[in-house]
Ligand binder design. Structure first.
Ligand SMILES: Nc1ncnc2c1ncn2[C@@H]1O[C@H](COP(=O)(O)OP(=O)(O)OP(=O)(O)O)[C@@H](O)[C@H]1O
Length: 119
């Protein structure tokens, strides 16, 4: 396999990773619905280019955090499925990362959309 073929293969694995995240993690469906809702609202409010960029970046960050969270959960389950305080903390930390980006996304959504609602 040459370098170009290897590069193309790595994209296939990455797409498989996104598919696996949807299969393993129910929250991914929630993120997908939220992302579609954001796009619809952006179109309805005809938001500015900057607001499009911010909302799309936040969608990407939330998806990224959720996929990393799922990967960490799977790895932790491989380490042990027995009750282990450190595994519990690792999973809580990963889940905390998702919550942080979702909270900030919600705050950004309020800052962006409230002025359109009050117009
Ligand atoms: N092996 C373990 N030892 C100790 N605590 C654990 C363990 N597995 C899970 N926990 C605790 O239970 C919480 C939920 O774990 P779980 O693996 O079910 O994640 P989840 O977020 O509910 O998964 P999903 O996102 O798939 O619904 C963790 O955040 C952690 O606090």
């Amino acid at each position: 396999m040459n370098k170009v073929q290897k590069h193309i293969a790595s994209y296939r694995f990455s797409v498989k990773g996104i598919w696996l995240a949807f299969r393993y993690e129910n929250n991914m469906l929630f993120h997908l619905i939220a992302a579609i809702a954001v796009v619809v609202v952006n179109v309805l409010f005809t938001v500015t280019k900057t607001e499009w960029l911010i909302t799309l970046m936040l969608i990407g960050l939330a998806w990224m955090a959720e996929i990393f969270n799922t990967a960490i959960e799977k790895l932790a389950d491989r380490v042990t499925r027995q009750h282990d305080p450190l595994i519990g903390k690792v999973k809580d930390l990963a889940a905390g990362a998702v919550l942080i980006i979702c909270l900030f996304a919600a705050i950004c959504a309020l800052i962006i959309y409230v002025p359109y609602i009050l117009k």
